[in-house]
Write a protein that binds this ligand. Structure first.
Ligand code: COA
Length: 255
């Protein structure tokens, strides 16, 4: 059965893809589980860092489950797969906690797009990244031509999407897409995560929004989130809410 597990160990949460019979390919059920786990993580103040991992095997994730979308009409494919995938991947990309993708195997198609929605990536030396969609007659649909193209040089995205070339771990590292190549990427990611748990969660959250806004990661939503955070930290909010609850007019101090 395809699943995504969530385990919490102290300040580090681990979301783990589990569909090994299909190289951890993503089903719509798994997409929904990722969204649900993101919502759960946001509610848990103890979590400081998130790892996105996958069951051991040849692939971290071999993309969208081809058998699930193969029979869909064009309209349902666009509506249920592409747009639903965007919703979930955007949710992950905008998670308030830093997220590390642990690429213990190949990250292909949707698997690569999923890794691109994380903040940093750690990769096994034998793993590769690729956009093999053209081989099955489609195009990258979960931001492989958009978000991924902001993280990698555009010619490299073209190399993968238009020529079907795979990029090995060392090259992905040299391009800055991967933070570290390690024989045991899980251990390496855990070390990075543990070292980050002592950082100010407010500073990392704000920094993540600011970097996201600069990188056009839904700039309007990021600006709104930053503005809302700033105003809600002001005395005016306390006064406004207090006045509302006490059924009196608010008295805001001058600037
Ligand atoms: N969706 C559904 N099933 C998938 C899958 C996917 N994206 N990727 C792999 N699988 C399944 C295979 O069908 C196979 O199932 P089976 O054992 O029931 O036949 C199993 O996972 C193992 O894959 P297999 O192809 O036998 O392994 P391989 O080592 O020969 O090849 C890949 C590995 C990754 C090259 C190959 O599986 C592949 O090309 N997968 C599709 C990748 C892709 O196009 N992703 C984008 C999808 S939009």
């Amino acid at each position: 059965m395809s699943r995504v597990h969530l385990e919490i160990n102290g300040a580090v949460a681990e979301m783990r893809l589990d569909n090994p019979g299909k190289l951890n390919a993503l089903t719509t059920g798994m997409l929904q589980m990722i969204a649900d786990h993101c919502a759960g993580i946001e509610q848990n103040p103890d979590i400081r860092v998130v790892l996105l991992t996958a069951e051991a095997g040849k692939a971290f994730c071999a993309g969208a489950d081809i058998t699930e979308w193969a029979e869909l009409s064009a309209a349902r494919f666009a509506r249920h797969w592409v747009r639903e995938g965007h919703r979930v991947f955007d949710r992950l990309a905008r998670l308030s906690r830093p997220v590390i993708a642990v690429l213990n195997g190949h990250a292909l198609g949707g698997g690569l797009e999923l890794a691109a929605a994380c903040d940093i990536r750690v990769m096994a030396p034998t793993a590769t990244i690729a956009l093999p969609e053209a081989r099955v007659g489609i195009v990258p649909g979960w931001s492989g031509t958009q978000r991924l193209a902001r993280l990698l040089p555009e010619p490299v995205v073209r190399e993968m999407a238009l020529f079907g070339r795979r990029i090995p771990a060392e090259r992905a590292h040299a391009l800055g897409f991967v933070a570290e190549v390690a024989e045991d990427p899980y251990r390496a990611a855990l070390d990075i995560a543990n070292a980050a748990t002592g950082l100010s969660p407010r500073a990392t959250e704000t920094g993540k929004y600011m970097i996201g806004a600069g990188a056009a990661e839904d700039r309007a939503a990021m600006i709104e989130a930053l503005g809302a955070a700033a105003i809600s930290a002001s005395d005016d909010r306390n006064e406004g809410v207090g006045a509302f609850l006490e059924k009196r007019p608010p008295e805001f101090s001058g600037l």
